[in-house]
Design a protein around this ligand. Structure first.
Ligand code: SF4
Ligand code: SF4
Length: 528
């Protein structure tokens, strides 16, 4: 491991570390545009110049590996002057349209100009004009005038997705980013180029002009779109009314986790949050009798569910849990099942179409917590449960989240089961064709409205955190189940998700020793 000195401080880094990362290890920032730790080195922007002892000229830090005994200086007058010149060069043809640019507030041209530029502009000629507001694909739009030709987007499509849609065309000051003929930027990870574009050249079509970024609050969470459990930031506009169709969540951004998703997320996950505020959201508990819907209070709904669980023999109750429920919900459900001795339980419902999967992130299982449901012992035969309902052996069916009418099961078989039971209880965030047949519908908080944990397909337990308030009277499923438990006479329920997790960890060997604190921001593996 080479040991070197940066700005007078010693640091030891793994062999193969470049000077940008070596400096980062000391908390020293070397400004850069084209370098990205997830991509190959381009050495294109020349901004990361540093002075190295016994080297006659400043050297780019991205393409220089740390070596034993190296003495590096990142803030000499010569380095600062070089940076200023390079900043001036990058801004020669860049439009000064920050007030109307959607990247303002998170643009590295703005940030570095303030930190390392601050020169008096000498450019008096007309700037070169290039195409503006060009849609590259379903999610990304290009303003070629703002591009500084760092080539990060090109390298992402070449090296990460391997789809190669983008290139740099023409020469000199006419050079511009564009699509190869006949191509569209429509790969499954396309919007990551917006995240890595250091300027406002690539912006998200979904987010453009929706809200200024300095009004956004950020919450660390986990994508529920598949079993990978990519780490995300939920960006919410609480401080100014958000006029984008009443959406509270403004956007999702990837959050670095070396063990899960590195710097990336897929487009399906990135835009999967729309269900949080769409018109199918359920806001209040209600009952349906002879086709008539009546609003109910939570007390009435909980009493009705607990009453049904007590009224029927344990073998007459079937529970279809969901791999979309968090570990805390599943554990609370297990407590309810144990309390009543209910054994007919399952959680796997076959999807109507097989999910796509790739070698990058996307998993075929589109549920975030199937592994958690397995570890908590809720794996049973869902088809047999449905058959028992059709045979009227199961009289009370309690379904979480699923839309059985959108599954691979034949519609007639599902309708036969749903129509045969005397009491059908449905819990979930968004109404669907199954909830429309339920006698009792209980609204659950969406994943951004609650605390909890998911266990991804590899067994990593990760935290989701509350970013917005639950809509209407919706409650987290652990709270709904806790109230049912109380109504069943089990005593006071844990008041917070963290307390449920503590009980879960104490009772389930795979989770032993885990706590919210230990899970932290990066997650923790369950015991093998
Ligand atoms: S569009 Fe953005 S990421 Fe692509 S080369 Fe230009 S500045 Fe770099
Ligand atoms: S790969 Fe899965 S977890 Fe990751 S962003 Fe996509 S849908 Fe979400």
């Amino acid at each position: 491991m080479p040991k070197l000195t940066i700005n007078g401080r010693e640091v030891e880094v793994p062999a193969g570390t470049n000077l940008i990362e070596a400096a980062r290890a000391l908390g020293v920032e070397v400004p850069h545009y084209c370098y990205h730790p997830g991509l190959s080195i381009a050495g294109q922007c020349r901004l990361c110049m540093v002075d190295i002892e016994k080297t006659p000229r400043p050297t780019i830090a991205c393409n220089t590996l740390a070596a034993d005994g190296m003495v590096v200086l990142t803030e000499t007058e010569r380095v600062k002057e070089t940076r200023r010149s390079i900043m001036e060069f990058h801004l020669i043809n860049h439009p000064l349209d920050c007030p109307v640019c959607d990247q303002a507030g998170e643009c590295w041209l703005q940030i570095y100009y303030m930190r390392h530029g601050l020169y008096d502009p000498r450019m008096t000629d007309e700037k070169v004009h290039k195409p503006k507001a060009v849609p590259l694909g379903p999610h990304v739009i290009l303003d070629a005038e703002r591009c500084i030709l760092c080539s990060r987007c090109v390298r992402f499509c070449d090296e990460v997705t391997g789809t190669g849609e983008l290139g740099i065309f023409h020469r000199g000051d006419q050079s511009e980013i564009g699509l190869f003929p006949g191509q569209e930027l429509a790969n499954k990870y396309s919007a990551n180029v917006v995240d890595i574009c250091p300027v406002g050249a690539l912006t998200e079509r979904d987010f453009r002009f929706a809200v200024r970024v300095w009004y956004l609050d950020v919450t660390k969470s986990v994508c529920p779109g598949c079993a990978r459990g990519c780490n995300v930031e939920v960006h919410v506009n609480r401080r100014r009314p958000h006029h984008n169709e009443g959406r509270r969540v403004a956007r999702l951004k990837p959050r670095f986790n070396a063990d899960v998703n590195k710097w990336w997320i897929c487009d399906a996950g990135r835009y999967g949050f729309k269900a949080v505020d769409d018109k199918t959201r359920l806001r209040e508990p209600f009952r349906r009798e002879a086709g008539t819907v009546t609003d109910a209070s939570w007390d009435e709904a909980i009493a009705a569910v607990a009453g049904a669980l007590e009224r029927y023999a344990p073998d007459e109750v079937g529970v279809l849990a969901s791999p979309r429920m968090a570990n805390e919900d599943l554990f609370a459900l297990r407590r309810v099942l144990e309390r009543r001795g209910i054994r007919r339980v399952a959680f796997r419902v076959p999807p109507a179409v097989d999910g796509d999967q790739d070698e990058i992130l996307i998993r075929a299982d589109k549920n975030p917590n199937a592994r958690g449901a397995e570890l908590l012992g809720l794996d049973g035969d869902a088809a047999a449960l449905l058959a028992a309902a059709r045979a009227r052996q199961v009289k009370c069916l309690w379904i979480f989240d699923h839309d059985l009418l959108a599954s691979a099961w034949p519609e007639a078989l599902v309708l036969g089961a749903l129509g045969a039971v005397e009491t059908l209880v449905w819990v979930g965030a968004n109404a669907n064709a199954t909830s429309e047949r339920a006698h009792w519908v209980l609204p659950a908080a969406a994943w951004v409205e609650r605390e909890g944990t998911y266990t991804n397909f590899e067994g990593r337990v990760q935290r989701l955190r509350q970013a917005v308030e639950p809509l209407g009277q919706a409650l987290p499923e652990w709270e709904i189940l806790g109230r049912v438990l109380e109504a069943l006479g089990a005593g006071a329920r844990p008041p917070r998700a963290e307390r449920w997790f503590r009980e879960l960890a104490a009772a389930t060997p795979a989770f032993a020793g885990l706590s919210y604190q230990a899970i932290g921001d990066g997650g923790q593996m369950v015991r093998a």
